[in-house]
Design a protein around this ligand. Structure first.
Ligand SMILES: Nc1nc2c(c(=O)[nH]1)N[C@H]1C(S)=C(S)[C@@H](COP(=O)(O)O)O[C@H]1N2
Ligand SMILES: [Mo]
Length: 199
């Protein structure tokens, strides 16, 4: 898929672009279904399952430490975008605000609109993961997941839930939307974990 909107990475960038990926010139939008419309005033993020249930409002999120992040973004449909600039809250800082049962090994990300995606605790609790509300200096546009999305740079971007509104802590792996439809349960781009071997 090399053409007007994609280019092959130059030699200098090759170690940053996973196998089988091409650089996108813009920042494509990839959504299954409609873009939900959620305003910051009514937005909520809930945690449940193997965690003490708690609901966060926009104000709660803004009171947490804010950081700038620059991260590469890899969609399994073979486009990557390098150096995406975000502002948001580190997952590890967010986790300070909740109480999770030590038996929790996995979680399910839930979204406005019904999308889900699973992730192991070890992949979720990484220093470089964050909840983003700003993209290239502007409020995160609705089609990119605004008001708030998760960003997990070390996995394919289908693990980065847009319009996130729930974290369900689990003591086993359950499969989310794309994972039930043939995609890999983990999705590490440099290992090309694209599809599930069960299909
Ligand atoms: N809620 C929700 N989150 C989602 C998706 C989706 O369809 N719904 N698509 C995923 C996929 S496949 C990708 S590649 C990225 C795309 O993010 P973008 O549209 O900001 O480029 O979001 C991920 N998060
Ligand atoms: Mo994707």
């Amino acid at each position: 898929m090399v053409g007007k909107f994609f280019q092959k990475p130059g030699a200098d960038l090759q170690d940053r672009v996973p196998p089988g990926q091409h650089l996108a010139k813009g920042f494509p939008v990839l959504t299954y279904g409609e873009t939900p419309s959620v305003d910051r005033e009514s937005w909520e993020l809930k945690v449940w399952g193997l965690a003490t249930p708690k609901t966060f409002t926009w104000q709660d999120l803004m009171a947490m430490p804010q950081h700038e992040f620059t991260a590469d973004f890899h969609c399994v449909t073979t486009w990557s975008k390098l150096d995406v600039q975000w502002v948001g809250v580190k997952v590890i800082d967010f986790m300070q605000q909740i109480e999770v049962d030590p038996a929790a090994s996995h979680l399910m990300q839930h979204c406005y609109g019904g999308y889900t995606t699973n992730i192991a605790m070890a992949d979720f609790l990484r220093e470089e993961n964050f909840l983003a509300h700003t993209l290239f200096g502007e409020p995160l546009p609705a089609d990119h997941g605004g008001p708030l999305r998760l960003v997990v740079p070390h996995l394919y971007a289908w693990k980065s839930a847009k319009w996130i509104n729930g974290l369900e802590f689990l003591d086993r792996m359950e499969l989310g939307f794309w994972e039930r439809n043939g995609y890999h349960h983990r999705g590490e781009p440099f290992a090309e974990e694209r599809y599930s071997s069960r299909f």
